[in-house]
Ligand binder design. Structure first.
Ligand code: ADP
Ligand code: MG
Length: 679
């Protein structure tokens, strides 16, 4: 039998059990072996019956002396067995499993494990794990470290354990071939696959488990990296529709940079350099520009867009929301219209770009439905790329006819530490803006308890009246969702009404996704122009908004957000040389919540906070694993930067000669591709 055979082929696995296994994502024999325990019951302390004491976990072996069934007054059944081992005897009881009467026959040898508890006046084993021991074969379920698996209804750990044991103990011989290169196994001292599988399921001790888990963690990350490198290679085989050249337009681009109202930061210069050198090539760029909010990604993208325009290419600039598209339109118009670019917008409600009457088209998801005007598009920018799915990005690129692929620059303000980003986004080239533009003051951040709410409002009132500050108020996150729910809108409306009466005489605005686009625009304009002083909004609308005069950010029920999201929200203020503040209202009072939020008081680097957030909440919570194709990771710990690095290096080393490792190559091929696939 092979690892790639369907589980149906295994003994005791008929159609019914196969269906249940499928529910756990187990289709092949290999999947079964890769269904790892998440913990172990420690039954390694085998005892004589005589030495058992109350309230301890114990494991015994003995012979069944008798088994009886008892009906209780309430109509339940009780199975009682007496087990003896020469040193003494003990009763074991099970509830409502009358069929055990036939299983637990007098004279059989059994293993039992579980808690010893007082029961009707003496110590007994209450609902212990048990197994009938036949011949010389030792216990599987009642001694040693016993693996506990993710289960599903009618599929117990015990059943899964038996099947896995049978496969691993050659009761059902399965061919397990090593697919990791020998030199890597040696270099990092990883156990070979058979040993690792055997030890992760049936370890002698926890050291075995650790070694096995290390190997599987490496395996996952190594494969992920190899797949990324493969995707990258395939991407590079694409041809661009329009040739861009910085070399030809150096003078104009350089003077554009000189004319900017500010000097680019060192990181911006480096990133722009990387982008421009990609754009020089005949293969399409696929670069991610990562930078904390406010780091100034837009201007880097705009400069590259200018070069594209000079080279005769059209440009698409995608934003995740209409509000953000409006803002980009304004920014890009002020930067690029003086240079002669015709800039249009295409959102759900505003379509000034009919046909192909544009040089640069700013848009939202609505662009997916635009039918024409994509000829000559040579450069695509996607802002806040994590808000778009892989398929959506592909759909946009596919609009460019002739199977050609334009240069792609994606932007994200999720600050993922570089080592992790290289794994998560391994198929992209990476540029990072870590440095913020100069003059930015640190946003003073405070976690505020309910008691201080009123005095906080007084203080805010004062800032508005005396310093002309503008204020964001972000409503609680009700559901973790990219889409705004009705409930969310309701909460925002209620907060808006409440604040209108708290801040009498001050203009309060309300922004949420269910507003009509015209209304939304009016609100944003009012805020941008400083007429609206306090803007109440849902959490969703916020991403990317740039209002330099806004200096106070208030977040309600802050504990519901991750640190990275809070940091993003906070990034909406402190965008000028104004003293800026962030107030986090928290209803949660447990110390872990407070400790987590307090991290924001001390830490102002998005990258540091991202690391902390991963420690507090785990990477899945944080980045939405689905988005990053990391759902397959079962063992790897994404905060383990040492392992991330080892896997990256190893992949870099093996990738060029992957052909020499057919089994490995096959594994890589099986990982579903995150690549933006074209046709
Ligand atoms: P983000 O990276 O979050 O998209 P933006 O591109 O919106 O940030 O930039 C935030 C603000 O910083 C904008 O108002 C922009 O004009 C300004 N900015 C960008 N780069 C610099 C710089 N080098 N010096 C000063 N201000 C800058
Ligand atoms: Mg931005």
């Amino acid at each position: 039998m092979n690892l790639s055979d369907p589980v149906e082929k295994l003994p005791y696995v008929g159609g019914v059990y196969a269906k249940r296994l499928h529910r756990l994502g187990i289709e092949k024999v290999g999947d079964l072996l890769y269904h790892f325990p998440y913990r172990y019951n420690d039954f390694s302390k085998k005892q004589k019956i005589q030495s058992l004491t109350a309230n301890t976990e114990s494991s015994i072996e003995g012979e069944i002396v008798e088994t009886n069934i008892i009906k209780t007054k309430t109509g339940k059944t009780l199975i009682k067995s007496v087990i003896a081992d020469g040193s003494g005897a003990i009763e074991a009881v099970w509830f409502n499993q009358p069929y055990l009467l036939r299983t637990l026959k007098k004279g059989l040898k059994v293993g039992l494990a579980g808690k010893v508890e007082p029961f009707s006046g003496r110590i007994s084993l209450v609902s212990p794990e048990f197994e009938i021991l036949v011949g010389e074969r030792g216990p599987t379920h009642t001694a040693g470290l016993v693996p506990i698996y993710p289960e599903t209804s009618n599929l117990s750990s015990k059943w899964i354990r038996s099947r896995i044991k049978s496969v691993l103990r050659k009761i059902t011989p399965v061919k397990i071939e090593e697919f990791l290169p020998e030199n890597l196994l040696k270099r990092y001292r990883f156990p070979r696959i058979e040993e690792a599988l055997s030890n992760i399921h049936f370890p002698k001790d926890l050291k075995d488990v650790k070694k096995a888990r290390d190997r599987f963690a490496f395996e996952e990350l190594f494969l992920l990296n190899l797949r990324s490198l493969k995707s990258k290679k395939i991407w590079k085989q694409n041809k661009i529709p329009v040739k861009l050249s910085y070399a030809k337009h150096k003078e104009e681009v350089d003077s554009f940079i000189k004319e900017l109202p500010f000097e680019l930061t060192g990181d911006q210069k480096t990133a722009l350099g990387e982008v421009l050198s990609d754009l020089e090539k005949d293969t399409p760029m696929n670069r991610l520009l990562e930078g904390d909010s406010g780091a100034g990604k837009t201007v880097v993208a705009a400069t590259a867009a200018y070069l594209a325009y000079l080279s005769g290419a059209k440009i698409l600039f995608m934003a995740p929301t209409g509000v953000l598209a409006d803002q980009h339109l304004e920014t890009l118009q002020s930067l690029l219209e003086p240079k002669g670019l015709k800039i249009q917008i295409h959102t759900g409600t505003k379509k000034t770009g009919t046909g192909d009457n544009f040089d640069l088209l700013v848009g939202t998801h609505a662009l997916f439905h635009k039918k024409e005007g994509f000829e000559g598009v040579g450069f695509v920018i996607i802002d806040e790329q994590h808000k778009f799915g892989v398929e959506q990005r592909a759909k946009l690129l596919k609009k460019v006819k002739g199977g050609q692929v334009p240069h792609l620059l994606t932007l994200t303000s999720t600050p993922i530490p570089r080592t992790l980003a290289l794994t998560v986004y391994g198929d992209l080239d990476l540029s990072v803006l870590e440095e913020l533009p100069p003059g930015r003051k640190r946003v003073k951040t405070f976690v505020i308890s309910e008691r201080k709410r009123q005095s906080c409002y007084e203080w805010v009132k004062e800032r508005i009246n005396n310093k002309g500050d503008q204020v964001f108020v972000v409503c609680p996150l009700i559901e973790e969702s990219d889409k705004e729910t009705m409930q969310q809108v309701k909460a925002a409306k209620a907060e808006y009404e409440r604040l209108k009466s708290v801040f009498k005489g001050i203009k309060v605005g309300l922004l949420h996704g269910k507003l009509k686009p015209k209304e939304k625009e009016a609100v944003m304009k009012g805020f941008r122009k400083g007429k609206i002083k306090i803007l109440v909004s849902t959490p969703v609308v916020e991403v990317g908004i740039d209002i330099p005069n806004a200096a106070v950010m208030v977040v309600e029920a802050a504990e519901r957000f991750g640190l990275a999201s809070l940091h993003q929200l906070r990034g909406r203020v402190g965008r000028s040389d104004k003293e800026s503040y962030c107030f986090l209202f928290s209803t949660g009072s447990d110390t872990q919540t407070l400790e987590r939020l307090k991290a924001l008081e001390k830490e102002s680097s998005g990258f540091k906070l991202a690391e902390l957030d991963m420690k507090f909440r785990g990477p899945g919570e944080m980045y939405g694993t689905r988005q990053h194709g990391l759902t397959g990771l079962k063992v790897a710990d994404l905060t383990d930067s040492k392992m991330l690095k080892i896997a990256q290096d190893a992949a870099g080393e093996v990738a060029p000669k992957l052909g020499k490792h057919p089994l490995l190559s096959e594994r890589v091929g099986k990982l579903s591709s995150r690549l933006v696939e074209l046709n």
